[in-house]
Design a protein around this ligand. Structure first.
Ligand SMILES: Nc1ncnc2c1ncn2[C@@H]1O[C@H](COP(=O)(O)OP(=O)(O)OP(=O)(O)O)[C@@H](O)[C@H]1O
Ligand SMILES: [Mg+2]
Length: 357
């Protein structure tokens, strides 16, 4: 059976599943695209956080229905919800919400990598910016795309100001920051707070940012993802070939458990894991420079070994990283000889090798 006819069959099955207060699952606006690969079938259902109990049953029903036709593929149906809890914009339910699985390369871009994590706040954006800058420092042409539509932080980290300029044909011109090309939904969301960026709208906003930006020629585009395993991750993997994902985790068990979930999602989506970075690995006191392993340092390295993945390196918890990030002056660009910048540069060097950049 072709992927198309399997997808059709799945949609028919989803049409028999009712959604709390809202018709059936096949027509539900929060249903992501359905991804079908050789090994897996994956989809996400966006819900409002208040309804998670009701949707657990919907998730289970969908999972079982799809498993019955999956022919040995792993099935992953996940629920996702995104704060702030806002009313869905009625206009978005009529927006085109699905398109055929049709991965098209982005003109001019040679490789695309994503920076991901299971848990929020572990330092993805910090790593994205500093790794992108470290790749650039080694002579590569680098772009950075902020795909965290719900909490864009690249504008602050790179001090991007104002809306991106547009060319005559309507395509965006990427910002130039410390020698890398950067794009973020941030400046546009601020300009129009009425827009509710979620579900299908988020997917099409991301498609637009990726494809309707004049990136020029890039050796590598780094994409900063929102945390978790939601529809942005799934729809991105469907839109374009991803050459690999870097997983960022802190050393604590809880973050590592979430990191493992993200890893299993990427492997189901047939995306190569380039390795794990342990961020906030150990604490370096700003006054004495002494190092303290207060977070169970080394957890990510052990987890990487257990999962047979590359361990890419450790980034210390250093006040300077936070202060410089807050000021829009990332350490790799502004203090390239500092220990913390060197940590990012070492990781970037491993990526260059892994990706044959
Ligand atoms: N190694 C580090 N040392 C000190 N502070 C850090 C370090 N890494 C990240 N931070 C700080 O931790 C906070 C969270 O980092 P960041 O925004 O990069 O995480 P994130 O994983 O992208 O979060 P989100 O899930 O919200 O997107 C920021 O204030 C950042 O400056
Ligand atoms: Mg972030």
């Amino acid at each position: 059976m072709s992927d198309k006819s399997l997808e059709k069959k799945i949609r028919k099955l989803l049409a028999n599943i009712s959604v709390p207060n809202d018709g059936n699952l096949a027509d539900y606006a929060g249903l992501s695209e359905i991804i079908i690969t050789k090994k897996a079938i994956a989809l996400a259902i966006e819900i409002s956080p208040q309804l998670d109990k009701e949707f657990m049953a919907v998730r289970k029903e969908a999972q079982e229905a799809i498993e019955a036709v999956a022919k040995g593929r792993k099935v992953m149906v996940s629920l996702t919800s995104n704060e702030p809890k806002q009313q869905a914009n009625p206009a978005q339910t009529s927006a085109p919400k699905r398109s055929a699985i049709n991965k098209q390369p982005v003109a001019g871009i040679k490789k695309i990598i994503t920076i991901a994590s299971g848990k929020g706040g572990v330092g993805k954006s910090t790593c994205s910016v500093n790794l992108a800058l470290a790749l650039k420092a080694s002579g590569l042409k680098v772009g950075l795309l902020d795909a965290d539509l719900y909490g864009p932080s690249i504008p602050k980290l790179l001090k991007l100001e104002g809306k991106p300029a547009s060319r005559e044909d309507g395509n965006f011109i990427a910002f130039d920051a410390y020698g890398i090309k950067a794009m973020s939904i941030g400046p546009m969301v601020e300009a129009d707070k009425a827009v509710v960026w979620r579900g299908p709208m988020a997917t099409s906003a991301l498609r637009q940012l990726l494809r309707e930006t004049d990136w020029g020629e890039l050796d590598v585009l780094v994409i900063d993802l929102p945390p978790g395993t939601g529809d942005i991750q799934i729809s991105l993997s469907q839109q374009v070939e991803i050459d690999g994902a870097v997983i960022v985790s802190t050393p604590q068990d809880l973050a590592l458990i979430d990191a493992k979930k993200a890893i299993s999602m990427f492997s189901m989506l047939d995306i190569k894991i380039l390795g794990i970075v342990e961020n906030m690995s150990y604490f370096v006191a700003p006054d004495t420079g002494n190092r303290y392993d207060i977070f169970g340092h080394g957890g990510a390295k052990i987890a990487a070994q257990e999962m047979d993945l590359d361990f890419l390196g450790e980034v210390p918890l250093v006040m300077n990283i936070r202060e410089k990030s807050d000021a829009g002056e990332p350490v790799v660009a502004t203090e390239p000889n500092s220990e913390e910048a060197k940590a990012f540069i070492n990781i970037a060097n491993k990526l260059i090798k892994n990706l044959a950049l």
